[in-house]
Design a protein around this ligand. Structure first.
Ligand code: IMP
Length: 217
């Protein structure tokens, strides 16, 4: 399936001042702005689930890319469970959890570590996989993950990513479903992290220089 380019495009400079939202006080010095409020994210996830249901014909193995996609995954599955295919049938769903790590501070290390047991991956043979990712930045993680999964001969692989970063470092990869395209800024919240921090923030926010220094490793 080709990518549907009807995602919400967030432009440079768009966003909301911090004081217009309720935010955890422990992050008040570390954020620049609210880029995407939680309510808008939640509504957009509902539309992604709707689009996935419209294109579904077989049982789906939904693969959550940990840790950053876990909130997105939970909301997407909650919506998918309630939806029907165009022929009125519900969609049989099973879940897998894949741990992938490629970032330290705000830099991609280029070295993508995927942890999933051989036994789990052998079970992908002949199945329709839906990979659920939080953000595509350079695209290197997803290209490496798809390459690895293809070795296990799934019937199909589709990818849904909540965010797609508009960056000159992109390798050109575009997922099948995208929630929002965003400017080339490091974002946190809705389970996206900076060195394991900010996952406990509901809105997607832009981290500031103080936050980067404060939580650097
Ligand atoms: P890529 O390989 O450069 O596409 O990076 C994908 C992964 O990097 C994502 O799954 C995230 O874990 C992480 N990442 C990239 N950009 C951001 C960001 O702005 N905030 C938080 N994590 C990010």
């Amino acid at each position: 399936m080709s990518a549907q380019k009807d995602w919400i495009d967030i432009k440079e400079g768009e966003g909301y001042p911090l004081q217009q939202f309720v935010l955890p006080s422990h992050y008040k010095e570390d954020l620049e702005s609210v880029m995407i409020p939680y309510g808008l994210i939640r509504d957009r996830v509902g539309k992604l689930a709707h689009d996935i249901a419209q294109n579904s014909t077989k049982p789906l193995v939904a693969c959550c890319v940990l840790k950053g996609a876990h909130v997105f995954f939970a909301h997407l599955m909650e919506d998918l469970k309630k939806l029907r295919r165009p022929n009125g049938e519900s969609i049989p769903l099973s879940f897998e959890f894949i741990k992938v790590k490629s970032y330290i501070n705000e830099q991609s290390t280029g070295d993508v570590k995927i942890s999933l047991s051989e036994e789990d991956m052998q079970g992908f043979k002949g199945k329709d996989l839906l990979i659920v990712e939080d953000i595509i930045d350079t695209g290197n993680t997803m290209v490496a993950l798809i390459k690895k999964l293809k070795n296990y001969e799934p019937a199909s692989i589709r990818v849904v990513s909540l965010l797609l970063k508009k960056t000159p470092h992109s390798n050109g990869y575009i997922p099948d479903y995208v929630g929002f395209s965003i400017p080339d800024l490091f974002v946190v919240g809705y389970a996206l992290d900076y060195n394991e921090n900010f996952r406990d923030l509901d809105h997607i926010c832009v981290i500031n220089e103080h936050g980067k220094a404060h939580y650097a490793v």
